[in-house]
Design a protein around this ligand. Structure first.
Ligand SMILES: [Zn+2]
Length: 235
């Protein structure tokens, strides 16, 4: 992911890096001890590497829990400079600040079961990148996602999800349905396909995202969180 020329293709191609490879090859990991109120003078690549370095600390049991003191709270009261936007699942086990070992003021989180972009969330994401100049959006799916599982159940067994859960199933159905009956674990395939579909949705439906990606000030990546070992991999 070049800083100067982040084309749509290269943004997606950046997802081919492994977590370890991205940090190791680029060597741009930023210390977690950076002051929380400093402006986010980060490129998309350096923001990604900061996240992946934090995830590595987390899954290795070396989390530093940065930017969580009362001093940090007071320093941030007057303003925020988050360095990444997340679009993640509401699942209680997939808390971005914990799994990326970040703290107050670091991440602009958007969470909904199934990590689905709709108009409201698109507005929330655009607000963050316009208002704060955030250089990176991460769409974060996770292993054994209940929203994907519920969608598979409805497709395989018929019926309807209860209440407004049906809205989530309806949103995920076009992504998941083509995978049902295919090889391998359909929920896992659905998790991965949904992350990539939401990345593409952001690129296709937001002129603000398109403009910033084209001028190299914004990266959009998809990732999967492993419930068993705590690792985030890029898709
Ligand atoms: Zn989930």
């Amino acid at each position: 992911m070049s800083q100067q020329t982040v084309s749509r293709r290269s943004v997606l191609a950046a997802g081919g890096l492994t977590a370890a490879g991205a940090v190791g090859a680029l060597g741009l990991a930023t210390p977690a001890s950076a002051h929380p109120t400093e402006p986010p003078a980060l490129t998309p690549t350096s923001a990604l590497n900061r996240l992946l370095a934090g995830n590595k600390r987390f899954y290795k049991g070396d989390a530093r829990h940065p930017h969580q003191s009362m001093k940090d709270l007071h320093d941030l009261a007057a303003g925020q400079h988050p360095f990444a936007v997340t679009l993640g699942c509401a699942d209680s086990r997939v808390a971005p600040e914990l799994l990326f070992d970040q703290g107050l003021g670091d991440l602009f989180d958007n969470r909904v079961a199934g990590n689905i972009v709709d108009d409201l969330l698109l507005g929330s994401i655009e607000f963050a990148i316009e208002e704060f100049g955030v250089p990176l959006i991460v769409v974060l799916g996770h292993e054994r996602c209940g929203a994907i599982t519920a969608t598979v159940d409805v497709i395989e067994h018929g019926g309807e999800a209860a209440g407004h859960i049906g809205s989530i199933v309806a949103a995920l159905r076009p992504v998941v349905e083509p995978l049902v009956g295919g090889p391998g674990d359909v929920v896992e395939a659905g998790v991965r396909a949904n992350v990539l579909a939401q990345v593409q949705y952001l690129l296709d439906h937001s002129e603000i995202v398109q403009e910033k990606v084209a001028n190299g000030t914004l990266g959009v990546v998809g990732a999967r969180y492993d419930l068993d070992n705590g690792k985030v991999i890029l898709l």
